[in-house]
Write a new protein. Structure first.
Length: 272
Protein backbone atom coordinates (compact mmCIF):
# COMPACT_ATOMS: atom_id res chain seq x y z
CA UNK A 1 0.00 0.00 0.00
CA UNK A 2 1.51 3.28 -1.07
CA UNK A 3 3.22 5.68 1.29
CA UNK A 4 1.57 8.49 -0.73
CA UNK A 5 -1.89 7.24 0.13
CA UNK A 6 -1.59 7.21 3.93
CA UNK A 7 -5.29 6.69 4.68
CA UNK A 8 -5.51 3.50 2.61
CA UNK A 9 -2.10 2.32 3.85
CA UNK A 10 -2.98 2.81 7.53
CA UNK A 11 -6.35 1.10 7.15
CA UNK A 12 -4.85 -1.89 5.39
CA UNK A 13 -1.95 -2.29 7.83
CA UNK A 14 -4.36 -2.00 10.73
CA UNK A 15 -6.76 -4.64 9.47
CA UNK A 16 -3.85 -6.97 8.64
CA UNK A 17 -2.44 -6.49 12.13
CA UNK A 18 -5.84 -7.34 13.63
CA UNK A 19 -6.11 -10.46 11.45
CA UNK A 20 -2.70 -11.69 12.65
CA UNK A 21 -3.62 -11.06 16.28
CA UNK A 22 -7.07 -12.62 16.20
CA UNK A 23 -6.84 -15.32 13.53
CA UNK A 24 -3.25 -16.50 13.59
CA UNK A 25 -2.25 -15.89 17.22
CA UNK A 26 -5.69 -15.96 18.91
CA UNK A 27 -4.78 -13.08 21.21
CA UNK A 28 -7.32 -10.81 22.88
CA UNK A 29 -6.90 -7.07 22.49
CA UNK A 30 -5.89 -6.39 26.11
CA UNK A 31 -3.46 -9.31 26.28
CA UNK A 32 -1.80 -8.30 22.99
CA UNK A 33 -1.50 -4.69 24.10
CA UNK A 34 0.06 -5.71 27.43
CA UNK A 35 2.60 -7.96 25.68
CA UNK A 36 3.68 -4.98 23.56
CA UNK A 37 3.68 -2.50 26.42
CA UNK A 38 0.82 -0.54 24.86
CA UNK A 39 -2.53 0.68 26.11
CA UNK A 40 -5.41 -1.31 24.64
CA UNK A 41 -6.89 1.91 23.23
CA UNK A 42 -3.71 2.60 21.26
CA UNK A 43 -3.74 -0.88 19.73
CA UNK A 44 -7.45 -0.58 18.94
CA UNK A 45 -6.93 2.73 17.14
CA UNK A 46 -4.00 1.25 15.22
CA UNK A 47 -6.05 -1.73 14.05
CA UNK A 48 -8.86 0.56 12.89
CA UNK A 49 -6.43 2.62 10.80
CA UNK A 50 -6.85 5.71 12.97
CA UNK A 51 -3.12 6.12 13.54
CA UNK A 52 -0.06 5.40 11.44
CA UNK A 53 1.91 2.23 12.14
CA UNK A 54 5.37 2.23 10.57
CA UNK A 55 6.97 -1.03 9.42
CA UNK A 56 9.44 -1.01 12.34
CA UNK A 57 6.52 -0.61 14.77
CA UNK A 58 4.68 -3.45 13.02
CA UNK A 59 7.83 -5.58 13.48
CA UNK A 60 7.99 -4.75 17.18
CA UNK A 61 4.39 -5.88 17.70
CA UNK A 62 4.88 -9.16 15.86
CA UNK A 63 8.04 -9.86 17.85
CA UNK A 64 6.36 -9.02 21.17
CA UNK A 65 3.49 -11.38 20.30
CA UNK A 66 5.91 -14.23 19.65
CA UNK A 67 5.26 -14.75 15.94
CA UNK A 68 7.83 -17.09 14.39
CA UNK A 69 10.76 -15.20 12.88
CA UNK A 70 10.32 -16.61 9.35
CA UNK A 71 6.61 -15.67 9.30
CA UNK A 72 7.37 -12.23 10.72
CA UNK A 73 10.07 -11.55 8.14
CA UNK A 74 7.83 -12.61 5.26
CA UNK A 75 5.03 -10.31 6.45
CA UNK A 76 7.45 -7.41 6.74
CA UNK A 77 8.78 -8.08 3.22
CA UNK A 78 5.20 -8.05 1.94
CA UNK A 79 4.55 -4.73 3.65
CA UNK A 80 7.72 -3.21 2.20
CA UNK A 81 6.81 -4.38 -1.33
CA UNK A 82 3.29 -3.05 -0.85
CA UNK A 83 4.70 0.42 -0.30
CA UNK A 84 5.58 0.68 -3.99
CA UNK A 85 3.93 3.42 -5.99
CA UNK A 86 0.76 3.01 -8.03
CA UNK A 87 -1.12 5.41 -10.33
CA UNK A 88 -3.43 6.29 -7.42
CA UNK A 89 -0.53 7.89 -5.49
CA UNK A 90 -0.56 11.05 -7.53
CA UNK A 91 -3.54 13.37 -7.03
CA UNK A 92 -5.43 13.94 -10.28
CA UNK A 93 -7.38 17.17 -10.72
CA UNK A 94 -11.09 16.48 -10.97
CA UNK A 95 -10.81 12.92 -9.63
CA UNK A 96 -12.09 12.35 -6.07
CA UNK A 97 -9.46 11.19 -3.58
CA UNK A 98 -11.64 8.21 -2.69
CA UNK A 99 -11.15 6.78 -6.18
CA UNK A 100 -7.45 6.42 -5.42
CA UNK A 101 -8.17 4.95 -1.98
CA UNK A 102 -10.48 2.33 -3.50
CA UNK A 103 -7.92 1.49 -6.20
CA UNK A 104 -5.26 1.00 -3.53
CA UNK A 105 -7.51 -1.47 -1.69
CA UNK A 106 -8.30 -3.29 -4.94
CA UNK A 107 -4.60 -3.66 -5.70
CA UNK A 108 -4.15 -5.60 -2.42
CA UNK A 109 -7.26 -7.80 -2.79
CA UNK A 110 -7.50 -11.34 -4.11
CA UNK A 111 -11.23 -11.24 -4.83
CA UNK A 112 -13.74 -8.49 -5.58
CA UNK A 113 -17.53 -8.81 -5.61
CA UNK A 114 -19.72 -5.87 -6.63
CA UNK A 115 -23.45 -5.62 -5.93
CA UNK A 116 -25.15 -2.82 -7.86
CA UNK A 117 -28.65 -1.36 -7.64
CA UNK A 118 -29.11 1.30 -10.33
CA UNK A 119 -25.90 1.65 -12.37
CA UNK A 120 -23.62 -1.00 -13.87
CA UNK A 121 -20.30 -1.55 -12.01
CA UNK A 122 -17.60 0.96 -12.87
CA UNK A 123 -15.19 -1.92 -13.50
CA UNK A 124 -17.45 -3.11 -16.32
CA UNK A 125 -18.52 0.17 -17.91
CA UNK A 126 -17.59 1.33 -21.40
CA UNK A 127 -16.33 4.86 -21.85
CA UNK A 128 -19.62 6.13 -23.28
CA UNK A 129 -21.69 4.55 -20.51
CA UNK A 130 -19.37 6.02 -17.89
CA UNK A 131 -19.58 9.48 -19.47
CA UNK A 132 -23.41 9.36 -19.53
CA UNK A 133 -23.57 8.26 -15.89
CA UNK A 134 -21.08 10.92 -14.77
CA UNK A 135 -22.96 13.65 -16.62
CA UNK A 136 -26.22 12.56 -14.98
CA UNK A 137 -24.45 12.67 -11.61
CA UNK A 138 -23.45 16.29 -12.16
CA UNK A 139 -19.76 15.77 -12.91
CA UNK A 140 -18.42 18.83 -14.79
CA UNK A 141 -17.79 18.15 -18.47
CA UNK A 142 -14.10 19.05 -18.13
CA UNK A 143 -13.62 16.38 -15.43
CA UNK A 144 -15.29 13.47 -17.20
CA UNK A 145 -12.27 12.43 -19.29
CA UNK A 146 -9.95 12.55 -16.26
CA UNK A 147 -12.36 10.43 -14.20
CA UNK A 148 -12.74 7.98 -17.06
CA UNK A 149 -8.96 7.55 -17.30
CA UNK A 150 -8.84 6.77 -13.57
CA UNK A 151 -11.69 4.26 -14.03
CA UNK A 152 -9.92 2.69 -17.00
CA UNK A 153 -6.82 2.27 -14.85
CA UNK A 154 -8.94 0.54 -12.20
CA UNK A 155 -10.35 -1.81 -14.82
CA UNK A 156 -6.89 -3.24 -15.45
CA UNK A 157 -7.27 -5.16 -12.17
CA UNK A 158 -9.68 -7.55 -13.94
CA UNK A 159 -6.76 -9.33 -15.62
CA UNK A 160 -5.19 -10.29 -12.29
CA UNK A 161 -8.04 -10.80 -9.83
CA UNK A 162 -11.13 -12.94 -9.23
CA UNK A 163 -14.06 -10.61 -9.97
CA UNK A 164 -17.81 -11.16 -9.73
CA UNK A 165 -20.77 -8.80 -10.10
CA UNK A 166 -24.38 -9.12 -9.01
CA UNK A 167 -26.27 -6.65 -11.21
CA UNK A 168 -29.87 -5.64 -10.66
CA UNK A 169 -32.09 -6.15 -13.68
CA UNK A 170 -32.99 -2.47 -13.44
CA UNK A 171 -29.33 -1.47 -13.85
CA UNK A 172 -29.00 -3.85 -16.78
CA UNK A 173 -32.04 -2.44 -18.59
CA UNK A 174 -31.29 1.26 -18.03
CA UNK A 175 -30.20 2.77 -21.35
CA UNK A 176 -27.46 5.19 -20.26
CA UNK A 177 -26.30 7.10 -23.33
CA UNK A 178 -29.15 5.89 -25.54
CA UNK A 179 -29.94 2.62 -27.38
CA UNK A 180 -26.66 2.31 -29.33
CA UNK A 181 -24.44 2.93 -26.29
CA UNK A 182 -26.61 0.57 -24.26
CA UNK A 183 -26.32 -2.29 -26.75
CA UNK A 184 -22.55 -1.78 -26.99
CA UNK A 185 -22.44 -1.87 -23.20
CA UNK A 186 -24.36 -5.17 -23.13
CA UNK A 187 -21.98 -6.64 -25.71
CA UNK A 188 -19.07 -5.50 -23.53
CA UNK A 189 -20.57 -7.30 -20.50
CA UNK A 190 -20.90 -10.52 -22.50
CA UNK A 191 -17.30 -10.23 -23.66
CA UNK A 192 -15.97 -9.66 -20.13
CA UNK A 193 -17.87 -12.72 -18.90
CA UNK A 194 -16.92 -14.97 -21.80
CA UNK A 195 -13.23 -14.03 -21.47
CA UNK A 196 -13.35 -15.02 -17.79
CA UNK A 197 -12.64 -11.50 -16.59
CA UNK A 198 -15.92 -11.25 -14.67
CA UNK A 199 -18.65 -13.56 -13.42
CA UNK A 200 -21.87 -11.62 -14.03
CA UNK A 201 -25.24 -12.59 -12.57
CA UNK A 202 -28.52 -10.71 -12.69
CA UNK A 203 -30.65 -9.98 -9.64
CA UNK A 204 -34.25 -10.48 -10.85
CA UNK A 205 -36.26 -7.26 -10.91
CA UNK A 206 -39.24 -8.81 -9.14
CA UNK A 207 -37.36 -10.65 -6.38
CA UNK A 208 -38.60 -9.92 -2.84
CA UNK A 209 -36.08 -11.91 -0.79
CA UNK A 210 -33.36 -9.26 -0.42
CA UNK A 211 -33.62 -5.50 0.14
CA UNK A 212 -30.91 -3.62 -1.76
CA UNK A 213 -30.57 0.07 -0.94
CA UNK A 214 -26.96 0.79 -1.90
CA UNK A 215 -24.26 -0.32 -4.28
CA UNK A 216 -21.32 -1.98 -2.52
CA UNK A 217 -17.96 -3.51 -3.30
CA UNK A 218 -16.82 -6.50 -1.23
CA UNK A 219 -13.05 -7.07 -1.10
CA UNK A 220 -11.23 -10.17 0.19
CA UNK A 221 -7.54 -10.13 1.13
CA UNK A 222 -4.96 -12.91 1.59
CA UNK A 223 -4.20 -12.27 5.26
CA UNK A 224 -6.80 -9.80 6.44
CA UNK A 225 -10.56 -9.80 6.96
CA UNK A 226 -12.85 -8.54 4.17
CA UNK A 227 -13.59 -4.84 3.72
CA UNK A 228 -16.73 -3.43 2.11
CA UNK A 229 -16.83 -0.15 0.17
CA UNK A 230 -20.39 1.22 0.30
CA UNK A 231 -21.62 4.00 -1.98
CA UNK A 232 -23.91 6.53 -0.29
CA UNK A 233 -25.71 9.56 -1.63
CA UNK A 234 -23.32 11.83 0.25
CA UNK A 235 -20.11 9.90 -0.46
CA UNK A 236 -18.69 6.51 0.49
CA UNK A 237 -17.87 4.58 3.63
CA UNK A 238 -15.68 1.57 4.40
CA UNK A 239 -17.04 -1.26 6.56
CA UNK A 240 -14.36 -3.28 8.35
CA UNK A 241 -16.75 -5.56 10.23
CA UNK A 242 -18.11 -7.28 7.14
CA UNK A 243 -20.02 -10.27 8.55
CA UNK A 244 -23.44 -8.86 7.62
CA UNK A 245 -22.35 -8.40 4.00
CA UNK A 246 -20.75 -11.86 3.92
CA UNK A 247 -24.10 -13.37 4.91
CA UNK A 248 -25.91 -11.20 2.37
CA UNK A 249 -23.66 -12.51 -0.41
CA UNK A 250 -24.81 -16.04 0.40
CA UNK A 251 -28.41 -14.89 -0.01
CA UNK A 252 -27.54 -13.12 -3.27
CA UNK A 253 -26.05 -16.34 -4.58
CA UNK A 254 -29.36 -18.13 -3.97
CA UNK A 255 -31.63 -15.59 -5.68
CA UNK A 256 -29.49 -14.43 -8.62
CA UNK A 257 -29.91 -15.82 -12.12
CA UNK A 258 -27.17 -18.26 -13.16
CA UNK A 259 -24.32 -17.06 -15.38
CA UNK A 260 -25.76 -18.96 -18.35
CA UNK A 261 -29.20 -17.52 -17.66
CA UNK A 262 -27.70 -14.04 -17.38
CA UNK A 263 -25.98 -14.41 -20.74
CA UNK A 264 -29.25 -15.48 -22.35
CA UNK A 265 -31.06 -12.53 -20.77
CA UNK A 266 -28.46 -10.08 -22.05
CA UNK A 267 -28.60 -11.54 -25.56
CA UNK A 268 -32.40 -11.33 -25.54
CA UNK A 269 -32.17 -7.66 -24.51
CA UNK A 270 -29.73 -6.93 -27.34
CA UNK A 271 -32.01 -8.57 -29.90
CA UNK A 272 -35.23 -7.09 -28.56
Amino acid sequence: MSERNPEARDRFRGMRLRAIRTQRLRLGLKAAATMAGWHASKLSRTERGLRTVAIHEFAMLLTAWGLAADERDQILRDLAEGSSSGWWDRPIAGVPIDVGTLAAYEAEATELITVVVAVLPGLLQTRETAAAVMAADGVPREDIDRRWMARLQRQQILTTIDYAAFVSETALRTRWGGPRVWREQLAHLLQRDELGLARIRVIPREQTDVVLLNTWHYMRFPEAPPVVHVELGSGVTYIHEAEWYTDLLDRMDRIAVSRDGTRRLIRDMMEG
